[in-house]
Design a protein. Structure first.
Length: 302
């Protein structure tokens, strides 16, 4: 009997990104708000016996053999001793080198899906430990909630955001994350902010009530360097400005975005750009696809 799963892997936008310092090991300390949006890759999983893992790309392109999906599946096998396998078919829609977390989201959805397909019963926290070894953004997508992010990306505080529409513009060229973070002119000492300065504490956590206030009071420290290394970033921002929209780069780019508050003329878009209207999401579509931590703990002490 064939066992199949089809799962989404949503992208994210960084509403801001501040670099507040750098650790002795070279990793940069940051603060950001990560927001899930409804621009998704889709992953299809088919159970295989004997631990065999394979991957098929449904869109044209040359993803590396050992992409984050395969590495995630191998890491899950290694962490659990699982001897089951899977064939993974990846329908890649989120642009690469965009700062939208596409590869990390694919890895997270892979861990969540295989945890269910293989009936491993790992909690979200346990999967996040595995995911962090794959990339700093992976635990965010496993966590499944919009989040205030600190540290090197591993310290997550769930945050509620109002519903919103956004226009995302991705030029044909990508931005090199390595080159941006190693640029001599990168601002690495932005004053540390507090979540209290951006969000109100409610009975259920932290909540941002006004996107405009948040976007106007912060910035992306990577953007000036990225605009120098990838001039298309500046061209995309200018394109938004011509349509009375205040844009910002997400992550390490090269995609930029703006809150969509009025109808926008989407004509005269260069052929190699991708322009898409997106809505934010309250939670990851797979938010309930893990064993409950409290239930697991309760069972362990009975």
């Amino acid at each position: 009997m064939r066992q199949l799963l089809d799962v989404p892997a949503p992208a994210k936008l960084n509403l801001f990104l501040h670099i507040t310092g750098q650790r002795a090991d070279g990793y940069h300390l940051l603060q950001s708000v990560f927001m899930l949006i409804d621009w998704c890759d889709t992953l299809h999983f088919e159970w295989r016996p004997g631990g065999a893992l394979s991957r098929e790309d449904l869109q044209p392109g040359d993803l590396p053999v050992q992409d984050l999906c395969m590495r995630a599946a191998q890491a899950l096998q290694a962490a659990t001793g699982c001897t089951q396998g899977a064939h993974i078919r990846l329908d890649k829609r989120i642009p690469a080198e965009a700062g939208m977390g596409g590869g990390s989201s694919d890895a997270a959805s892979c861990l969540l899906a295989l945890n269910r397909l293989w009936q491993l019963g790992l909690t979200r926290r346990e999967l996040a430990v595995i995911g962090l070894r794959l990339g700093a953004d992976v635990p965010f997508f496993i966590g499944g909630r919009n989040a205030w992010v600190e540290g090197v990306g591993e310290l997550l505080t769930p945050i509620s955001l109002p519903p919103g529409r956004f226009l995302v513009v991705k030029p044909g060229t990508g931005a090199s994350t390595h080159a941006i973070f190693n640029a001599p002119g990168l601002q690495r000492a932005t004053k540390t902010a507090t979540i209290q300065g951006f969000a109100a504490h409610t009975t259920v956590g932290w909540a941002v009530t006004d996107f405009q206030n948040l976007l106007e009071s912060c910035h992306n420290d990577l953007q000036p360097v990225a605009q120098t290394l990838c001039p298309d970033v500046a061209q995309c921002l200018n394109w938004l400005a011509q349509r009375q929209m205040s844009g910002r780069m997400t992550g390490s780019g090269s995609a930029v975005f703006a809150q969509l508050l009025h109808a926008v003329d989407l004509s005269e878009v260069p052929d190699d750009w991708v322009v898409r209207e997106c809505s934010n999401m309250d939670a990851h579509p797979l938010i309930d696809w893990c064993a409950d931590e409290n239930r697991r703990h309760h069972q362990s002490v009975r």
